[in-house]
Design a protein. Sequence first.
Length: 562
Amino acid sequence: MADNETERPADFIREIITEDIAAKKYESRVHTRFPPEPNGYLHIGHAKSICLNFGIARDFRGLCNLRFDDTNPTKEEVEYVDSIKGDVRWLGFDWDDRLFYASDYFEKLYQHAVQLIEKGKAYVCDLTPEQMREYRGTLTEPGSNSPYRDRSAEENLDLFGRMRAGEFETGSRTLRAKIDMSSGNINMRDPVMYRILKAGHHRTGDTWCIYPMYDYAHCVSDSIEGITHSICTLEFEDHRPLYDWFLEELGIYHPRQIEFARLNLSNTVLSKRKLIQLVRDGHVAGWDDPRMPTIAGIRRRGYTPEAIRNFCDRIGVAKRDSTVDVALLEYCIREDLNKKAPRVMAVLRPLRVVIDNYPEDLIEELDAVNNPEDMSMGTRKVPFSRVIYIEQDDFREEPPKGFFRLAPGREVRLRYAYYITCVGVLRDDRTGEATELHCTYDPKTRGGDSPDGRKVKATLHWVSAEHSLEAEVRLYDHLMKEAGPGQQEADFRALLNPGSREVLRSCRVEPGLAGAAAGSRYQFERLGYFCVDPDSGPGRLVFNRTATLRDTWAKVQKSGKK
RNA sequence: UGGGGAGUCGUCCAAUGGCAGGACGGUAGACUCUGGAUCUGCUUAUAGGGGUUCGAAUCCUCUCUCCCCAGCCA
């Protein structure tokens, strides 16, 4: 795309970069960065940013750094940097030897701050947080100058040095940029550059007790790394004048900041605060709960990196606030797994079926296709016998209109096996529910084809009772009930979908699934895509439902009920 | 009522003065040993008013709506 001059770049950012290259800015280099703060797990919204930054580097034959924005030791932990590195790699991106930390630059940042003090562009301020808020003014009223604003460079240098030396208490003083307390842009009202924080840092230990703020650290870090295009989300648009101010006053290399709209997803929460709340309050089983929109959760759910990348390509990049329908994400994983996932038969809610005219001791090994979308994936043998299980949903004693499956007197096909006809139903005396079916089979339909060419309207999946394996299957649905959980509602937990997780413990699966490795993905025919959960072990199979198959019958039923 | 952004099908993204297009969703059908997949058809949009122009989603203008900003968070 970037190589094809006749085609328009895919989004407005690539368009800007294309123009910059043409104008020979930054020697026509392209160098981006993905700058997470290690204070939480990455989620699908970060994936958009990762795909954008690393994708641009790939498209323009440039580079993309991974840089941890670790300027707040009170919130950041190594656990998070490890998970973030793993997640970026899993998504398929590589930063080679360009793994950086803002904390790598603490000394340089300090020296640049000294430079600004000497230039009369920064000062040490003794205002308390409360006072500073008062002096800042409001959205409609200008602020007023701090009484400490006109300290001499000498005094500021002395004070700043002593801040670093640990002479003052946490929070007692700050270093501020001297800009304009009456600016309409509140970020320009003498923003704090450094605060005193007597806290150990996950990388620098107790070397420092003053830490730089984002606005100051970020632009200088970008500058040090020779970043050309510093891509961030819309809420930083107001900060761009400050980004530019620092680099201008410092007279150092000056990248260009570009903002785009962050991802919102329907039926999903993506705010870090809410995600933490879900984990802490036990609404989910952890950061990697398969219902979580975290990369870790999505991975455990069975999504592939290809599907995520494809999703990020399809949603596009723009400046307009938007909410992507989660159906698109689901489409992407189905599309990918449809091509890749081996098919297998599994019965989630078993109904016992005895085939009366099938020989007691006979066991046949029937051929089944592993993936009709990809014949190179071959075939396998599936055992068939007199007693099998089918899905409870596949039988109705009184079939409604449009129900094609098994019913008394009706003939259906068992996939890859035989045509069977239901001749009897055993019921639970109390509930009246069918507990066992009796059927007859037509020996001439072996393999699933009828020599006389008669048609059946349904093909059912099944497993042999004796040969099948027991499995636990966890069915997942959207975590949030409503399409777009509003940002502002007092308690978003009221919108949690109570049916987001259902655990089925007596499922039966094909014997071939014995010992399936954690993470392996399958299509359970007619049901959906499932993957082996790490909770599996020897003799214990646990599956997560990644996504259902499109289900026309479910849709008919649903619309019929209304 | 300060400053910064944004308004195009239900949703997301295109169209850069010249036939408003694609994807997802929805819907109807074809096909099918998965009610899957695939294929085909249909569906619906330029926030509003005024102006410039042969021609406006695009340029000008007024209005409306929505989002972000008052952390010693990022």
